[in-house]
Ligand binder design. Structure first.
Ligand code: UDX
Length: 433
């Protein structure tokens, strides 16, 4: 099939790479000349394991093309995927301006029957808005297109695997014709097919991401209490997770969920609820607990340093919102650093991350960049593990402690055995243990 994909962020680019690898002729449309030039060389513009290799393979095979021109990409495409950003507005509502602007631009280029499928996470009702725009504003005839909602469930860091073999493929359409085209396109991809209407498909995406966020906040809420009653959250959740109805996934406490999706989608669903007179109380609590998770860490910093923060140096290990990505959007590390600086402006903050340093340098100015975990620890009075990168999981704790002014370690992701950390000479605090 010939496909056009509008947008080359995580969703757009990974979708393009996967469908090209499966033998389709894929055209990706962007709007920034420099970015398109880089993409043409196989540079994904962000860190995602394995992606560069797949891009290069398909560029070489001429199954993957990058362009600034809708006119070049659209003609003959059987499916157009809209995969542009829907960032939150100040009131939490999803900003749909990019999605609608894209629909307006691609409409005039549709000459033959095309399925216009939205992969961007959009509030319920948006696809109908796209349809209205295409038929009324653009004047596209009814028989020239159908709309569809095809939400994407990929995670950063495992995006290729998630797209090649997802648990499910959700296809929301208004008729069998569009459904058949999308079923044909997804044939080589595994996963249960969920064939449904547009509003349901749109809601499945929000329902999934908000439930993941709810699990994380639930784990954090219990961890706060575990700390106070002398229980061990890891053992509590191990015990809970063995019940197959509950499972252990997304029940890892820490410093809260971040990234480009979970926080944004919880806020957007609260906002949709408000619009329809539904009070999404549970989700309000999920967001409140998520910011409490950062505050909880700040309290531990004050406690471990005996309230004496002035002129101290603190080392932060991990900046990205989770391992295996260089993404800093809504990263708890940034919130933590901001709160610490407000609490004590004289604090010196050293930071290290295996891949997110280049991105961090664009936004974090008032910190010292280190080259390794050990360099971060040198002369620091406290090390905080914020992101559970593999390379932080088996640090030589004695070596880490050796150069420190005071041997304090806060493990924000519970990756160390408290006994081992203490044996290595650390004052050690973790979350809920
Ligand atoms: C998420 C969804 O998982 C994916 O299906 C959707 O398509 C996009 O949003 P992603 O943003 O890549 O993917 O991150 P994810 O791996 O889900 O983690 C989100 C955040 O939750 C991270 O900050 C992570 O550290 C945190 N988290 C996750 C926890 O704190 N504890 C957990 O147990 C799990």
């Amino acid at each position: 099939m010939k496909l056009a994909i509008i947008g080359h962020g995580y969703v757009g680019l990974v979708t393009a790479a996967v469908f090209a690898d499966l033998g389709n002729d894929v055209w990706v449309v962007g709007r920034t000349k420099e970015k398109i030039a880089k993409l043409k060389t196989g540079d994904p513009l962000f860190f995602e394991p394995g992606l560069e290799e797949v891009l290069k393979r398909n560029l070489k095979a001429e199954r993957l093309h990058f362009t600034l021109s809708y006119h070049e990409a659209l003609p003959g495409a059987q499916v157009v995927f809209i995969a542009v950003g829907t960032p939150p507005k100040a009131n939490g509502e999803a900003d749909l301006s990019s999605v609608l602007a894209v629909a307006e631009k691609l409409g005039p280029e549709i000459k033959k029957y095309t399925v216009v499928a939205c992969k961007s996470t959009v509030p319920v009702g948006t696809n109908l808005q796209i349809k209205k725009l295409l038929s009324q504003k653009v004047g596209l005839a009814k028989d020239k297109f159908d709309i569809a909602s095809c939400p994407e469930f990929l995670r950063e860091g495992t995006a290729l695997g998630d797209t090649f073999s997802p648990d499910r493929v959700v296809i929301g359409t208004e008729n069998k014709k569009a459904e058949a085209v999308l079923l044909e396109l997804h044939k080589p991809i595994s996963g249960v097919r969920v064939l449904t209407n547009i509003a349901t498909a749109e809601m499945i995406k929000y329902a999934s991401n908000t439930l993941l966020a709810t699990k994380v906040s639930y784990a954090n809420m219990l961890a706060f209490l575990a700390d106070k009653v002398g229980a061990d959250i890891e053992q509590i959740l191990y015990g809970v997770g063995l019940d197959k109805r509950l499972g252990r996934k997304y029940l890892h406490p820490g410093i809260g969920f971040g990234g480009s999706c979970l926080p944004k989608d919880v806020k957007a669903l609260i906002s949709t609820g408000r619009k329809y007179g539904e009070d999404m109380k549970l989700l309000e609590a999920v967001m409140a607990i998520n910011s409490q998770a950062v505050d909880n860490l700040v309290t531990k910093v004050q406690y471990i340093l005996g309230g004496k923060l002035a002129d101290k140096t603190i080392g932060i290990l991990g900046l990205s919102f989770k391992p295996d990505t260089d993404d800093l959007r809504e990263a708890p590390s940034l919130k933590l650093i901001e709160k610490l600086k407000i609490l004590e402006p004289s604090l010196k903050i050293k930071v290290y991350d295996p891949v997110a340093m280049t991105n961090a340098k664009k936004i974090l100015k008032d910190v010292i960049y280190s080259k390794s975990a050990y360099e971060t620890a040198e002369n620091s009075s406290l090390i905080i593990i914020v992101t559970e990168w593999n390379e932080f999981r088996q640090l030589d704790l004695r070596k880490l402690a050796a150069g420190m002014k005071a041997k304090n370690l806060i493990d924000g992701r519970n990756i160390y055995d408290p006994k081992l950390a203490k044996k290595s000479g650390f004052n050690y605090l973790s979350i809920g243990r």
